[in-house]
Every structure is written in structure tokens, then in C-alpha cells.
Design a protein around this ligand. Structure first.
Ligand SMILES: Cc1ncc(COP(=O)(O)O)c(C=O)c1O
Length: 456
């Protein structure tokens, strides 16, 4: 039987094993990961540029064939089998090999030499914070290393001093991870949570902006929305919402669970106060890694929730919000490797690829009269998540049949729209989009299988 180490062997105890080195060379990525190899990098990767950006990035190939060949090479950097069309990065993305081996090797090294490896991991957190900050257009003292979006949104909601009757405006399509922290605060402290509906599919950003503007009252203290909504993949105009909010003294908190690794983010350009994300989805980092951005000027408004020594030291900036005591260093090592992976390809290039695949998928679905596409066709509102319903079919049966008959893994969302949700990411292919469409046509022609596996 083939094991994953057979697929891509790795030398025990080597921070940048063959797989990772091969990727770094192939894509001309600079840094081999400060966390993984703080003490050994000089041997492994001399002259490594440490931060995200175009330095060390491979120039895009010219022409359609070269483009296809390029993405095929990228796809080969993942362990997902050729038979499986995995189209659900929105729930959990696969790690590239370089990231997978980074975490495996880091745990091995930690087990072999716990004291020194643990120290190395702790000391290297600052480097990761800097690298991540550069990746998302922020400063290092505005980045907290959390464990997921739910934790980040909870830190913000729990940490703000609000009074009974103060209002938080949300959209009607918030994920529980971004909604429940406010509901808890409503139950505990009497704040008012208002969920604003907007049309689906949304024709243009003004449909959303106007509704938020009209809903603002003197009691509105926070606008808290998803950057990319989970049921239909609608990209809310968070930059414009922040511009609406700031002059009125309203804070903006964004649930950006899907955005990191999918979109080329720039926190300072977005102008929001708080932004939580889950790099294990589209970024290829392991589960257990998260990011919370807190705008420097807004940090004094938020009390830390999980604390140990240092929580009251403003010099620490956003690091005051991740004072977790002992934590899983190998996950941070792998997060560092995930940043290298994506930087090696280029954030804009990834976003363009993701959007191209999703646009192609939506165009193909639009050709099927029984398919209702819930995702906006507006270029600003659509991104890498597509939601659709199939007339006459329950979403669960569609999802299950696509898997059992066609080996296409998508999910359904239990909201109000009977939605089948598809995530198209950089390791997906045009052939997989075709396979999904063939599967949909097959269901329409031959019916869905009796539901066997109820899953999201
Ligand atoms: C929009 C949105 N927000 C928050 C979450 C929760 O993410 P996590 O489990 O990483 O906290 C999800 C999960 O899929 C999501 O889609």
C-alpha cells in the first residue's frame, strides 16, 4: 500500500524536506519558513527573502497552454487524489505537501528535542506575525495569531464595552461563527442584534450599502458582516461599509473566514477595525490556525478575552489578544509554510485563478434552465464560492449524488435557499468544473440517488 511518504518522501527531522524544497525551488519561493528552521535556515536556504510580495515570485507563463501547465504543476503540489474533484475549500482546504510535511516534521522535531524546538517556535512567532501582516496589508502589531474565525469574532464581541440597547448590524447571511458571539452578548448584556436582509442574487453593491445606511440609528455601535457570505459566496462591500461607519463613530468587524488565501487582501485599504479569518480553508494552513486583525487605533476599545502575563502591555499591540500560554508551535510552522506557498504563486494570481474557475462554473450553470444560481454575477460581488439550487431536488440529495456517482465533493448549506455550495480553488481544474456540470445534468436526466449520507 502506498503511504503519503511514498508519494513524496521526506527526510526525518529535516525542516524543509524534499517535498517542501522541491516546491520552493520550482516556484522560486524565497523563505523556507522562519519558524521551522530558525536555527538551520542558513544551511537550508541561503539568501531567503522573508516577506510576502513579488520578490522571488515566478513570472507568469505566457499563453493558454503554459497557463494550464502552470496550474497543473501547482495542483501536483497537493496530495488530493486525481480521482477526487474536491470542491469544498470553503469548509476545509487541503494542505499543500510543503505545508503537510512542515507540520509533520515540526511535530517530529518537537518530540525529539522538546525544549529547544519549543523555544524556537515561541521565538519565531514574531517573524510569522510580520510575514502574515505583510501578506494581508497590515502591520505586525495589528495581527493576533488566533485559532479560527469563531475565536476571533468572539474576542471582538466579548471584548467591546457596549451597553444595553446598543445595536450591532449584521447581514441576514452570517455564519454562526460571526453571529453567535453577538447573540451571546445580546443575552448577557442586552445589546440589540439586527440582521439585515438583501436580495439574492445581489445585483449590485449599492443594494447592500443602502440597506445598511438606512438601518443606522444613533444606537448603532458596530457593523459586523462576512466579507464572503457562507451560503452563496456574496462578497459584501466591506470597504464601503467601513467608509460609511467610521465617520459615524461605528466600528466595523469583518468575518473574513473565506477571504485569506482566496483574495488578495489589504487590511489598511479595506479600512475595517477588526477582521477575523481561517487560513485552514483557502490558505492551505492546518486546522487550528487563525488570524485576527485589530486596527491599531481600535485596539484600546477591545479587552482581551484569554489572558496571561502581558495582556495589559500596550507595547505588545495585537499580540495581547493571543496570550495563550503554551500553544501548538508546529501548526504555526505550517502556517508559515502556507504563506510561503501562496506567496510563491502570488496573491493576485491566485485570486484571478479562483475567480476565473468560479466565473466559468457560474456561466455553465446559467446554461441549465433548472439551475438557479444564487451567487451574484456582478464582478465585485462574486468570488470563489458559488451557490445554486436545482429545481425539484433537495440540496442534500444533489450533494450526495454528485459524490457517489461522480466523485465530486461539494456541500450544501442549511440556510433558506436549498443551496448546493461549490468552492473552486487553485488546485481545481476546468475538467473538474466539467465533471460537476455533467453530474448536475446527470441528476436532471436520471434523478438523484436515495439519500444515504446526510452531511453538510
Ligand atoms: C463565513 C464563515 N464564518 C465563520 C466560519 C467559522 O469558521 P471557523 O470554524 O474557522 O471558526 C465559517 C465556517 O465555514 C464561515 O463560512
Amino acid at each position: 500500500m502506498q503511504t503519503d511518504h511514498d508519494v513524496c518522501p521526506v527526510e526525518p527531522g529535516t525542516p524543509a524536506g524534499p517535498s517542501r524544497r522541491r516546491f520552493l525551488q520550482a516556484f522560486a519561493v524565497g523563505s523556507a519558513g522562519a519558524l521551522a528552521s530558525a536555527g538551520r535556515r542558513a544551511q537550508a536556504s541561503p539568501a531567503a527573502p522573508a516577506l510576502a510580495g513579488s520578490r522571488g515570485r515566478q513570472d507568469p507563463p505566457e499563453g493558454a497552454d503554459a497557463e494550464a501547465a502552470y496550474w497543473e504543476r501547482v495542483r501536483r503540489e497537493f496530495l488530493v487524489s486525481d480521482e477526487l474533484a474536491y470542491m469544498n475549500s470553503g469548509t476545509l482546504g487541503p494542505m499543500p505537501k510543503s505545508v503537510y510535511y512542515a507540520v509533520v516534521d515540526a511535530y517530529r522535531a518537537l518530540s525529539a528535542d522538546p525544549g529547544r524546538e519549543n523555544t524556537r517556535h515561541n521565538q519565531a512567532q514574531g517573524g510569522l506575525r510580520e510575514k502574515l501582516a505583510a501578506f494581508v496589508g497590515a502591520d505586525a502589531d495589528e495581527i493576533a495569531l488566533t485559532r479560527n474565525t469563531t475565536e476571533g469574532m468572539s474576542f471582538v464581541a466579548n471584548g467591546l464595552d457596549l451597553e444595553a440597547g446598543d445595536e450591532v448590524l449584521l447581514s441576514h447571511h452570517e455564519h454562526p461563527g460571526g453571529l453567535e458571539p453577538w447573540k451571546l452578548k445580546a443575552k448577557r448584556q442586552g445589546i440589540v442584534v439586527r440582521e439585515l436582509p438583501f436580495p439574492i442574487p445581489t445585483p449590485e453593491p449599492a443594494e447592500i450599502l443602502n440597506r445598511f445606511e438606512a438601518a443606522i440609528t444613533p444606537r448603532t455601535k458596530v457593523i459586523s458582516v462576512s466579507h464572503v457570505t457562507f451560503p452563496t459566496g456574496c462578497m459584501l462591500p466591506v470597504r464601503e461599509l467601513a467608509a460609511l461607519a467610521r465617520p459615524r463613530g461605528i466600528l466595523t468587524a469583518v468575518d473574513g473566514a473565506h477571504a485569506i488565501g482566496m483574495l488578495a487582501l489589504d487590511m489598511h485599504d479595506l479600512g475595517v477595525d477588526f477582521y477575523a479569518s481561517s487560513p485552514y480553508k483557502w490558505m492551505g494552513a492546518p486546522v487550528g490556525t487563525g488570524m485576527l486583525y485589530l486596527r491599531r487605533e481600535s485596539q484600546e476599545r477591545v479587552w482581551p478575552t484569554v489572558v496571561m502575563a502581558g495582556w495589559d502591555d500596550p507595547e505588545r499591540g495585537a499580540a495581547r489578544y493571543d496570550r495563550l500560554s503554551q500553544r501548538a508551535g508546529p501548526l504555526l510552522v505550517a502556517f508559515d509554510a502556507a504563506l510561503d506557498f501562496q506567496t510563491g504563486i502570488g496573491r493576485e494570481r491566485i485570486e484571478a485563478r479562483v475567480r476565473a474557475l468560479a466565473t466559468a462554473l457560474r456561466a455553465r450553470l446559467a446554461e441549465i434552465p433548472q439551475a438557479t444560481v444564487h451567487t451574484s454575477t456582478h464582478p465585485v460581488l462574486g468570488c470563489g464560492i458559488t451557490g445554486f439550487a436545482l429545481e425539484g431536488f433537495d440540496r442534500r440529495a444533489v450533494v450526495d449524488t454528485l459524490w457517489r456517482r461522480h466523485h465530486v465533493w461539494v456541500r450544501h448549506t442549511d440556510h433558506d435557499l436549498n443551496t448546493v455550495r461549490v468552492s473552486t480553488h487553485l488546485y481545481n481544474t476546468e475538467e473538474q468544473v466539467d465533471r460537476l456540470i455533467d453530474g448536475v445534468r446527470d441528476i436532471l436526466a436520471n434523478g438523484a440517488l436515495p439519500l444515504e449520507t446526510a452531511r453538510g
